[in-house]
Design a protein around this ligand. Sequence first.
Ligand code: ADP
Ligand code: ASP
Ligand code: MG
Length: 866
Amino acid sequence: MRKKEGPVEVPWVVLKFGGTSVASLAAWRTIAREAAGRARDHRVLVVCSALAGVTDRLEHAVAAARSGDHGADLAAIRAAHAELAAAAGLDPAGPVLEPLRAVLDEAERLLQGVWLTGEAPPRLVARVLAAGELAATRLGVAVLAPLGVEARWLDARQLLESAPRPLDPDERRYLEAAVLPVQAPERLAAAAGDARVALTQGFIARTPDGDTCLLGRGGSDTSASLLAALAGAETLEIWTDVPGLFTADPREVPAARLIRSVGYREARELASLGAKVLHPPCLDPAARHRIPVTIRCTPHPEMAGTRIEGESEAQPAVTAVTCRRGGTLLSLATVTMWDTPGFLARFFAPFEELGISVDLIGTSEAAISVTLDSLPGGVEGRVFKRLLAGLEELGEVRVIHPCAVVSIVGRRIRATLGEIAPALTAFQERPVHLISNSAEDLNLSFVVDEDEGTPLVRRLHDLLFAARGDDPRLGPTWERLRGPPAPAPAAPWWERRRGELLALEADGRPRYVYDLATVRERARRLRERLPSVGRLYYSMKANPHPAILAALHAEGFGIECVSIQEVEAARERLGAGAPLLFTPNFCPVEEYAGAAARGAELTVDGPQLCQDAPALVRGRGVAVRLDPGWGAGHHEKVRTGGPGSKFGLPPEELGALRAAVEAAGGHVVGLHAHLGSGILEPAAWPALARLLASLAAAAGDGLEWIDLGGGLGVPERPGQPELDLDAVEAGLAPIAAALPGIELRLEPGRYVVAEAGVLLVPVTQVRRKSGTVFVGVATGMNSLIRPALYGAWHPIVNLSRHPAAPDLFAQVVGPICESGDVLGRDRWLATPATGDVLLIGNAGAYGHAMASSYNLRPPAEEVVLS
Ligand code: ADP
Ligand code: ASP
Ligand code: MG
């Protein structure tokens, strides 16, 4: 909205820069360039967050200050600012930065107060947390000056005042305050004077009493929108670390696609349901004053971003998949209230009284479920306890926490059910606690256990968006936009042996190549870093190559077998001395007889063996495979625990099975469980060990060992952290110590062989079709089925041109007659020519072992490098 005359006639634009967008000198260069560019024909208000991580640190400092331990946090915050100042050529101790030092000194003084009094009331916490934004803007003004931008520093508390809500608890009043959008350009003009560029803080405002208050975590976006409304700005730009709103969180789903433009209402829905790039309330002020909002990317100012304005189009469409974590599901069941008018009013009364807002709702005549996503004080807090007490008077209350709300977001979702239906297979075997369709028909939401959130989003997104092709509303994928990945830091073995590998490929045939030195190194790593594990068994199904079995046997590993054929192969290759463990599932009883005859230890997960072949059990120690009740792993198909899985005995049936074993003349010698495959969470094995240890007494006096299965994962994508073996050991050590005389066992498969193997594939054709580049290679899903079966991601490089920088964005496909025959979707490669050799990494596990001759194409042969 333009003003009448004088210098204030020039319209305002508001540019908001988030935490990572103010944390480096490179980012400030972009801020300077953008501000100077706009200042030619606009007045520019730059709204800043605290430097990335600083608000978290301040929050932590408040908690630590109760015991006087806030020093480290403050030192880190000071160092982050000093580092940026020094990078900008400023003297951190010089007079220009005096205002910055004053802000941080004040925060320190407030934290000392917390220490002295032992109390941190919300009013004081707000003042401490405000220091992040105050410091960033004080430093920002100083950094901009040498970059050629004279910016006037404004205190946001003079511009934004929260709405008086006397009944709100202090937590809301000071930490999650609401500011009503008003248009008052004169207020901004008075503060900014004749400055062409002004710089102020996001996140903070003033209460009607003049105290500092905050707009809630992530609230700088909302500040910026309120300030845009205040100024009657022409446009609002939100600058962050991704180039727009995507069809899923791009950090979780690299195949997420850019949403080029979207209406306010739908964008607000996305933000509320977990698209963290926008603070949920931030679109309301802009929408009310019809100010277009653009999301821009600070590291890539050349990208257009997402434009948010106007109403959404009317036709039905799915726009994104979102996830919100850390929620609470609360259900009330009552028979006495059945059909009683006013039941809902009674249910909601305590929510109103305690100021708790509910999110999703499902009702029936006798039950009601709601989710809560912001709970003052959390589930352990006083407010929640009072809520439960109030509800328990009405019926039986059940709480599930933490849970995740996974949502399919779009327009007229009910009309898209036909399109969505096939994607709902993503929920197979996953308990869904509540389903809700928003009254405005903008989302279909599913409440699930929290750790199901990320895998579900990935799967749903894959099923909903993989085939969306040329949707004009959608732009490129994140993977494509961010450009080729930085080269991996640690040089893998195949880089050293590149010459040998290329020589092998002179005949142009696809090959799996295994590096035994890497296998041995991984085996030793496990032995050395997991001293609490008494014995390691190699799960040979991952890769039964004889040379690998021999290498691991030589490293002291036993062999875990899941079929009589594996038992036979292991015995034949390794001789009589190799310890074998037979852990089959639904196999014919004869296989047990064969395995026993070859000296393997037997594992059962039901009474059948005792009934059908008691002679096999007589005089023998038998292990029992249990279903821990939960599973884990990289894909639903490899999660082997939980009620829907076919594996294992429910723990409550252990007593009966032990009785059956003993009745047949045997005893229980081991307890076994296996959660799944490709687990990177170190707590998984200690949790399993605790469960099995708790069942040790029920197994009887003959118990000699506890086997925690396998599942040790390797990072799939660059940047994913490795499995922290030290954390596994730290979790297992006390459990092992409490079980004297009982051996802990582990059955790694993938961990020892995945990174030791590569698949080399010659390029057959490179072809562009309707804008998509396909790189065809000589073998496909018949050699490596993991991408097709699990959506697995394997690194792919053009070995012939390595280390040339990747410059081509392509789909790597095989020759099999199935559209699922894709070895790598959306990959950056150094442009290949026919005959170049591509290397597919992490292919040593479940590669050749799962190969087939589909289409009568023989799979890649195997070669071992010793
Ligand atoms: P800032 O500090 O700039 O405010 P935030 O961390 O608050 O940035 O928000 C940006 C982050 O939002 C991105 O890094 C991205 O991981 C996350 N995000 C979650 N969902 C989405 C989505 N649908 N589209 C884009 N980004 C998303
Ligand atoms: N610095 C605040 C936070 O981290 C506000 C923001 O960055 O939006 O929550
Ligand atoms: Mg943010």
